[in-house]
Structures are given as structure tokens and as C-alpha cells.
Design a protein around this ligand. Structure first.
Ligand code: TXA
Ligand code: MG
Length: 322
């Protein structure tokens, strides 16, 4: 059920759970300091209970009240990139009302999202919003209200519709626990080069981390996958001859296929427009599941070394059936 911002405020103030728009993906939000409301997020998503929740603030000043001493470079990054699609792992001031959301951890991931309607909502609330992506655990994130309603509609108290998420992939997560080093724990729209440029006058090492399991509890779980299993193939020659399946690829790779009427084809868009590929990726997975085919084949693609290309590759890698 779509709700107005006034209704969203009332529900959140009463400890309810609603879906909220952000520029990355939709979030499933509740009062980050309310244990009952947080517990409901876990139930609704069927989320493993040790997997902490990102907390959303309208400003860094609001977040600061909850933080212990953090490295100097954090404010430079915050000034440069927020509100925006990046999140920061930082030390909590203990004891903290946010430790229900962090599952007891003394570190919190904070995010200041770039979405007009959401910022308006956050400014009217007296608490931050804990909000994991608005999807059943293990699935791709929702990037519009329809996707939220289809997946979680009956279980939540409403959806604040803010249109399609502009970026379409989850925020970049930065581990800012060390004073001389930043680890990128999850790639997103803000990349290593952006961070290095922002901190060009500082002596900070930026690392693209590959083994993040110890730091991001959620990374050990299945992620971003549609219900339909997707197998990667090297070329269209490997496509089998039965027709109960879909083929997924970049439009350039699908050109030779489109004359065959029996195939269900999902085009992720052109490699010349990677931001569009990113913004459509999860919506295309939603369309795939609606096709009700037994299997899908993804035509392997090198998305290159651009920031957004790396984020796309990361999500597709996680999506593939093993
Ligand atoms: O773009 C985004 O970040 C979206 C929107 C809604 O803001 N949110 C999002 O949340 O992607 P989620 O829960 O789907 O992914 C957050 C990841 C999870 O893997 C979780 O384990 C990790 O961040 N995480 C959250 N809080 C943490 C903490 N205190 N310590 C370590 N890892 C944390
Ligand atoms: Mg998620």
C-alpha cells in the first residue's frame, strides 16, 4: 500500500515498518532505536539475526552524536560525497541505543542518502532509520515501489513511493576504522579513484577488499539472486535447444539472437551506458522472475574497470547459481 509522507511519519513514530526510497535501492525502514520495530524487520525479511542494519541519518551532525572518535579523513569524505551513495563503518559511542541495529557490535554503518523525499522524512523524525534493502533475504534489492509490493507487500505497513532508484545498486561501504587506511567493503557508485582524489592531500591507503567476511557479517549469506537460477555461458553458442529459459545479456551480445521468436530475452542495456545497466539490473531480475522460466543463461561480459563496471560485476557474480 502506497502511503503519504505524513502517514509514513506517523507509522514510524509508532514503531511500524515501511519501505522507503533511496537513490541506491529501496530500504525497509524502522526506528533504529526501537527493539520491537527492529525485530520486525528481521522477521519480514527473514534475515539472519546476526546480520546488522545500516542506519540512515539526515546529516552527519545527527550521526556524530552517536559516534566515538573517528579518523580525520571521514569529514573530508562526508563533505565531498554526502548526501550520496556511500556508507561508513565507524565506532559507536557506548553504550548506544543503536546497538540493537548493530546486533551488539560497537561499530555502526552510517549512511546519509541523496533522496529529497527521504531526507524530508528523516528531518522530521527524532531518530535515525535502520534500513536494510527492501527485499526478502538473499534476493536482489527492490528499486521501485512495485518490486517492494510484490516481494513484501502483505507484510509491511506501507511503501513511501519515491520513484525508481536512480543508481540501482547498493551504496559503497567504506571501513573507516583505521586512521591511515580505508577498505572498500562493498563496491558501489563511489569508487577507489573518487576517494583517492578526495584525499589526495592526505596520506591514506585505499584498499579494494576481497575477503570481507570477518567485517561484514552479511557477506557470508547468499545475495542479490533472482528465484530463477542463472548460469553463466561464454557465448550464445552454448544455449541449449529447449525453450523454457531466458537469455540475459548486454544488448551488443544479444543482437544475433533477437530474430529467434522462441527465446525469452532480457537485455541489460548497452555497454556504452553502464550507469543505465546498473540502474536496470535488479528490475531486469524482477522481470526474469515474472517470466516463470526454469533457467536463465547470462552471456559472460567484462564490464571493465570503471567504478560502476566493477560494482555491476560484483553483483552479477553473486547472482549466479552455483
Ligand atoms: O544502499 C544501501 O546501502 C541500501 C539502502 C537501503 O541504504 N542498504 C543496504 O543494506 O544495502 P543491506 O542490509 O542490504 O546491506 C548492508 C550490509 C550488510 O551486508 C550488513 O551485513 C552490513 O552492511 N552491515 C550493516 N551494519 C553493519 C555493522 N555495524 N558492521 C558490519 N557490517 C554491517
Ligand atoms: Mg541487502
Amino acid at each position: 500500500m502506497k502511503i503519504s509522507i505524513e502517514k509514513a511519519l506517523a507509522i514510524l513514530n509508532q514503531g511500524g515498518v515501511i519501505a522507503i526510497p533511496t537513490e541506491t535501492v529501496y530500504g525497509l525502514a524502522a526506528d533504529a532505536t526501537n527493539t520491537k520495530a527492529i525485530n520486525r524487520i528481521y522477521e519480514i525479511k527473514n534475515r539472519p539475526s546476526d546480520n546488522p542494519l545500516i542506519c540512515h541519518f539526515h546529516s552527519f551532525d545527527q550521526a556524530k552524536k552517536h559516534l566515538n572518535a573517528y579518523p580525520n579523513y571521514v569529514e573530508l569524505l562526508v563533505n565531498q560525497f554526502t548526501p550520496g551513495p556511500v556508507s561508513f563503518l565507524l565506532p559507536l559511542k557506548l553504550p548506544s541505543p543503536l546497538q540493537v541495529a548493530t546486533r551488539g557490535s560497537s561499530h555502526v554503518i552510517i549512511r546519509i542518502p541523496l533522496h529529497k523525499l527521504l531526507l524530508k522524512l528523516l528531518k522530521k523524525l527524532s531518530f535515525p532509520l535502520a534500513a536494510p534493502s527492501a527485499n526478502t533475504s538473499g534476493k536482489y534489492s527492490a528499486t521501485n515501489a512495485e518490486m517492494v509490493e510484490t516481494d513484501l507487500g502483505g507484510k509491511i505497513d506501507g511503501v513511501l513511493d519515491g520513484g525508481s532508484s536512480a543508481i540501482g545498486l547498493e551504496s559503497t561501504i567504506l571501513d573507516c576504522r583505521k586512521s591511515d587506511e580505508i577498505k572498500i567493503l562493498r563496491p558501489g557508485a563511489i569508487g577507489k579513484e573518487d576517494i583517492e582524489w578526495c584525499l589526495r592531500n592526505e596520506n591514506i591507503k585505499v584498499i579494494e577488499s576481497l575477503s570481507i567476511e570477518q567485517i561484514i557479517p552479511g557477506s557470508k549469506y547468499k545475495h542479490y539472486s533472482p528465484t530463477t537460477p542463472i548460469y553463466q555461458i561464454q557465448s550464445i553458442k552454448e544455449i541449449p535447444s529447449n525453450n523454457d529459459f531466458a537469455v540475459i545479456g548486454i544488448s551488443e551480445d544479444l543482437q544475433n539472437l533477437s530474430t529467434n521468436k522462441n527465446l525469452q530475452i532480457i537485455s541489460l542495456g548497452s555497454e556504452n551506458n553502464m550507469p543505465e545497466v546498473a540502474s536496470l539490473l535488479y528490475r531486469k531480475m524482477f522481470e526474469l522472475d515474472a517470466m516463470k522460466v526454469t533457467t536463465a543463461y547470462f552471456i559472460k561480459r567484462d564490464f571493465g574497470n570503471s567504478t560502476i563496471g566493477k560494482a555491476i560485476s560484483n553483483r552479477i557474480e553473486h547472482m549466479l547459481a552455483r
